[in-house]
Write a protein that binds this ligand. Sequence first.
Ligand code: NCD
Length: 362
Amino acid sequence: MSYFYNNLNLIDLNDFPVSWWEKLLDLGHKIKENPSDYAEACKGKIMGTLFYEPSTRTQMSFQTAMLRLGGTIIGFDNPATSSVAKGENIKDTTKIVSGYADVLVMRHPVGGSVKAAALTSDCPVVNAGDGGHLHPTQTLTDMLTLKEEKGTLENLTIGFCGDLKNGRTVHSLLKAMSCFKGNKFVLISTKELALPAYVKDILSASGHEYEEVSSLDEAVGRLDVLYMTRIQQERFASEEEYQAQKGNYILDKSKMAMAKSDMIVLHPLPRVDEIPLEVDDDERAMYFKQAKYGMYIRMALIMTILKNEDKPAPLITGTEHKHQKCSNPNCITHRETYLPHYFRGEGTTLECEYCDERTLVE
Ligand code: NCD
């Protein structure tokens, strides 16, 4: 199998230096101020969107971003209407569509799937959410929102509330914010939906303070930013487990009354019941604005990728371990069995290159 490693893919933001994110955020800000200046920036280019999982904001903001840059779009938002329904694997779908488009944007329900796609793509691939793993373009959206609304990415006390286990937006944003100095993290969840160990390890290694609490009431008054999330029903093993978690955290008016007057509320959306509609008129509720910032930062990202002036991040930094299996049942290597088993590290614990979970050596 031959792999292309030279495309400017965005699989995980942390594959790139912070200076690259900052360049994107600056461009996103400029586009927001004068969007019409960029109306022909990607004229003649084609973006392919491969959405194997439902999406409103991410897919439409990517599509609108490309159209506002003068480019065009192809793709599917329902795998049932593509050859995926006939059993086509990710490798073949990606190989074909990457021959038609100049950049691919992909969302998939399984962790590590977008990296798997990038391994065979002839054009750059952007991760628009891979299972419960990562969602780097939501993180760019969240960072642009923080910069525009708080004026900084540093010295913030940020609360993350809800499904910290399955919420890929939480994983990506925590990884990113741990690269800026002075931030403190308050992780508000039940024990069952606590942050995965590998993300906690990243926080500890970065030297940032974090605490895990179960009460939103207790934490809300200390926060500069509250990142609310939906309980990710589709990622639960059973309906009973979901029902036990549903409705545990509701940010209503009474909780907003306990928060600082300049605390802002972010939410990647869609919401279910965790933020009642009564909060929408509170000037600290930033989630609708946040969704719009997502379009500007995606314009900046598409332009940057298609300009192709930056150094690509290496897709694989580890080595192949032919007989080692990833311990995460939701890793793409268990579904697409032709994929080489790449792991980072050595010794008794290895880290899967696709989903980042740690695996004990067999
Ligand atoms: C999020 C996602 O898909 O991970 N939504 C989004 O991209 N704006 C959050 C979610 O689905 O809960």
